[in-house]
Design a protein around this ligand. Structure first.
Ligand SMILES: [Zn+2]
Ligand SMILES: [Zn+2]
Length: 454
């Protein structure tokens, strides 16, 4: 398994001169006749083939950027390279717009708080605070909800910061920063790639929204597909029946030093998107949410997944009084000292993922450690709201966001520790389109490159 614990790359601004100032546009690509998913090139890659390196000959303007998970043998058409480059430029432009706006007013990192409309740090063009967004007839006061979640899981340095900027009655701009996400880059990419497994992977809790189903109805290339996502109705929000076009780029050799994921929804009323006939929204309780643009940078981090090490060579006996079970072999589930977190706090009671192995009569076991390292995540999302701003209580978001984080994050930690026991590992083994092999090659060359230079 590729190890992605590598030196952190300093965040550098993308080169300004590489970002054309164009409005965000729908991806243009020649329509395909059939909506049936067919492999671009079913031939598996040979062992000596490498990921498209440097500037592809047919792709002027790419510099060191590459489509992620695409082998040279796939030889995407010049037309595909050109249309993907347009998307890459759009994605970078979106990041640059957010960064420029956020730059003069760094968000406070000391706990969550709201910024009232009167002191809203809407960043005007002159770098001054502006109380009113020049939005024409609505005269909407920009308001920002800032939520910081730390202590997401025990013994981890992970922290999440989310700034939700309601820039209009129906418009929101979200800036997301996650420090030291312990899901690991490779497992995270496999979760994104094997979309049909995600709904069963993620937990559900009463009172919180959850993913009902995710599909990939069409894949245009190894780094380019459609998501079809169903989310339950929740609070004032209708259920989601979303379609998002998503592309993955390898910017490890560029100033970003990251994987860039860009998602955008087909415009409203679109019936056929890039040759794919879009299914109608399934029921009146659902809406098709619109991502106007969503750029996410995922960067390997030098942070450790856990702030603790296994305290003994092999898992010992649970530290709770009168508990005869073995300490859980995953640090995420037992903290290295207990059979499960429930028993640590309420001795003798056990959670659903406690293995309940009697310590004295079970053969010794090994620790299952997080093999895939940490990532830092930066997200910049421009979204059309399905309901107007005034129907969305801040208190609801401030309650739900930390709850969701603390519900979902331990599952990703467990994935990192016990990857081979999840169904994603089987898909990686099958690797029908050579996606994972190309990513492994890429990550190992990136890690080597960084260990040489550091
Ligand atoms: Zn116990
Ligand atoms: Zn237990």
């Amino acid at each position: 398994m590729a190890c992605v614990v590598v030196a952190a790359t300093p965040v550098t601004k993308p080169r300004a001169n590489s970002i054309p100032v164009e409005p965000i546009e729908v991806i243009r690509e020649s329509p395909r006749a059939s909506p049936i998913v067919t492999p671009i090139n079913p031939r598996p890659p040979h062992a000596d083939e490498k990921v498209a390196a440097g500037t592809p000959e047919v792709a002027p303007g790419w510099g060191n950027a590459k489509p992620l998970g695409v082998y040279a043998h796939e030889s995407l058409s010049a037309e595909t390279y050109a249309s993907q480059l347009q998307v890459l430029n759009t994605a970078r432009q979106l990041i640059e717009e957010f960064r420029q706006r956020n730059a003069p007013h760094a968000a406070p990192a000391d706990g969550s708080h709201e910024v009232s409309p009167c002191t809203s740090p809407y960043r005007g063009g002159e770098g001054k605070e502006t109380k009113r967004r020049p939005s024409g007839e609505t005269g909407w006061h920009s308001d920002v909800l800032n939520i910081v979640v730390d202590h997401i899981a025990p013994n981890t340095p992970t922290e999440l910061q989310i700034d939700i900027d309601f820039v209009g009655v129906w418009d929101v701009e979200i800036t997301l920063k996650v420090k030291a996400f312990g899901g690991g880059l490779f497992p995270l990419l496999s979760v994104l790639h094997e979309a049909d497994l995600v709904a069963d992977f993620l937990p559900r809790a009463p009172g919180l929204p959850y993913l009902e189903m995710v599909e990939k109805p069409y894949q245009f290339a190894n780094n380019d597909w459609l998501y079809h996502i169903f989310v339950t109705p929740w609070g004032p929000f209708p259920g989601a029946d979303d379609i998002h076009s998503t592309l993955f780029f390898d910017l490890f050799d560029d100033p970003e030093g990251a994987i860039l994921i860009y998602a955008q929804s087909p415009p409203v009323e679109t019936k056929v998107f890039r040759g794919f006939e879009l299914p109608p929204v399934k029921s009146w309780r659902r809406v098709r949410n619109l991502l106007l643009g969503a750029s996410t940078l995922v960067r390997p981090s030098s942070e450790r997944v856990f702030t603790i090490d296994p305290p003994t060579p092999t898992p010992g006996r649970c530290a709770s009084p009168h508990c005869g079970y073995r300490v859980h072999s995953n640090l995420s589930l037992g903290g290295g000292t207990h059979c499960c977190h429930r028993c640590a706090h309420h001795p003798g009671r056990h959670g659903p993922r406690c293995t309940r192995l009697p310590h004295d009569t079970t053969p010794a076991s090994q620790w299952e450690t997080a093999q895939h390292g940490c990532v830092d995540v930066e997200g910049y999302f421009r979204v059309k709201l399905p309901i107007p701003r005034w129907l969305i209580p801040n208190s609801l978001l401030r309650w739900a966001v930390p709850k969701l984080c603390r519900l979902i994050y331990p599952i990703f930690l467990h994935l990192n520790e016990s990857y081979d026991s999840f169904p994603f590992a089987k898909r990686v083994e099958e690797d029908e389109r050579g996606f994972y092999r190309s990513i492994r090659d890429r990550l190992s060359s990136y890690a080597q490159c960084h260990s040489c230079s550091s």
